[in-house]
Ligand binder design. Structure first.
Ligand code: PLP
Length: 384
């Protein structure tokens, strides 16, 4: 996908054209007429929420992920919350997850009535450390939520084995991992259920909000379908209270069009990552992201580590290169979780990562010339 040729080094130094952190315009250019046609169809059929586009997308996304079922929902927080509610959390039930993630993961656990238990991550993959999970299991533990962060799957065999040993469920937060694989198995297909977000910046993003639950468990499918529709099984027959958590038909139509290109879009990200790995290999001050032996990484983010992160961030911003921090304050140190009582230093790998990580521009159409300019700015910053 990224095709521009590389200019000579002198051109790169002189170039101050902004390089965005993320480009959300370009991915919609090639198929703009199809998106407009989808919107026109929705207008002319008045199919706005639910309906055939949503059902068709659910079938196609389930087939792509490799589960029997998929239920489209309003966003990737609802998908987590509806899964946890369907699993029937009781007050005081403990759910083990990472602190190094977006707050939606733990928010959904609390809002479904459980208690998030934050554990440390593996320093190489930045995903749940199975040894830390094992150490955190108590008689109150009911489940494990691995987050396939930045586009790479957590160590699922170890986590699934632990879950089987202790009778726990596993829910995969795959919001950042559309199409990622673990030893050939697709993110969102390995646990009791998988949760996806289609927020615009995700690997598969809608043109608004969206989310999905993938599962081969009919009871979870039934629970999620009920909860997204005010607890109703049929119109105005409510077996419980629920939520307004439906996927919009226009977003489903857009997602159906984009899903056709998703493997190519992920391949574009993989090419960009290869360019970064080559261009930055000779900078000892940087730790580059690593791909675990089990992983097919889909590079939602390209995240490097360096001891003096702020100086590098400023150098990149001065060169008009967009950067991000994912995530600067770990969840266990957020004010929102002060009541859980995690002391500073309680999750050392997570805390060090939060202080050192810097996300570089990453999107499928980033060109080799742009990657080279980012790399050259970094090399110069470190005097190379
Ligand atoms: C790891 C993770 N989980 C959950 C979510 C929540 O998704 P959404 O923003 O669609 O609610 C996100 C994205 O924002 C995320 O990155």
């Amino acid at each position: 996908m990224a095709t521009a040729t590389m200019p000579v080094a002198a051109d790169l130094a002189a170039d101050v054209t902004p390089i965005p952190f993320l480009d959300l315009v370009e991915p919609h250019r090639a198929r703009e007429e199809e998106f407009v046609a989808a919107f026109r169809t929705a207008l002319r059929t008045a199919a706005f929420v639910g309906g055939p586009e949503v059902e068709q997308f659910e079938r196609e996304f389930a087939a792509w992920v490799g589960t029997t079922h998929c239920a489209g929902v309003a966003n990737g927080t609802d998908s987590l919350r509806f899964i946890f509610l369907s699993l029937g959390l009781e007050p005081g039930d403990e759910v083990i997850t990472a602190s190094h993630t977006f707050i939606a993961t733990s928010e959904a656990i609390s809002q479904a009535g459980g208690r998030p238990v934050f554990v440390d991550i593996d320093p190489v993959t930045m995903t749940l450390d199975p040894a830390a999970v094992a150490a955190a299991i108590t008689p109150r533990t009911v489940g494990i939520v691995p987050v396939h962060l930045y586009g790479q799957c957590a160590d699922m065999d170890s986590l699934l084995a632990l879950a089987a040993q202790h009778g726990l469920w596993v829910v995969e937060d795959a919001a950042q991992a559309h199409g990622a694989r673990y030893r050939g198995r697709s993110a969102g297909s390995m646990g009791t259920a998988g949760s996806f977000s289609f927020y615009p910046g995700k690997n598969l993003g809608s043109c608004g909000e969206g989310g999905a639950v993938t599962t081969s468990d009919a009871a979870i499918l039934d629970g999620v379908r009920r909860l997204r529709e005010h607890g109703q099984r049929e119109k105005y027959v409510h077996v419980s209270e629920g939520y307004n958590g439906r996927l919009h038909a226009i977003q489903a139509a857009i997602l159906r069009i984009k899903l056709r290109d998703q493997d190519a879009a992920n391949a574009g990200r993989q090419q960009v990552a290869r360019w970064y790995q080559e261009a930055l290999a000779d900078v000892p001050e940087l730790t580059l992201p690593q791909v675990a032996p089990w992983a097919e990484h889909v590079w939602h983010l390209y995240v490097v580590r360096t001891a003096n992160r702020e100086a590098l961030r400023q150098a990149l911003v001065a060169a008009r290169i967009g950067v991000g921090l994912h995530y600067p304050i770990p969840l266990h140190r957020q004010e929102a979780y002060a009541h859980l009582g995690y002391a500073p230093g309680s999750l050392p790998v997570t805390e060090q990562a939060a202080a050192e990580l810097l996300s570089l521009p990453m999107f499928p159409s980033l060109s080799q010339a742009q990657v080279e300019r980012v790399a050259q700015t970094i090399r110069r910053h470190f005097g190379r």
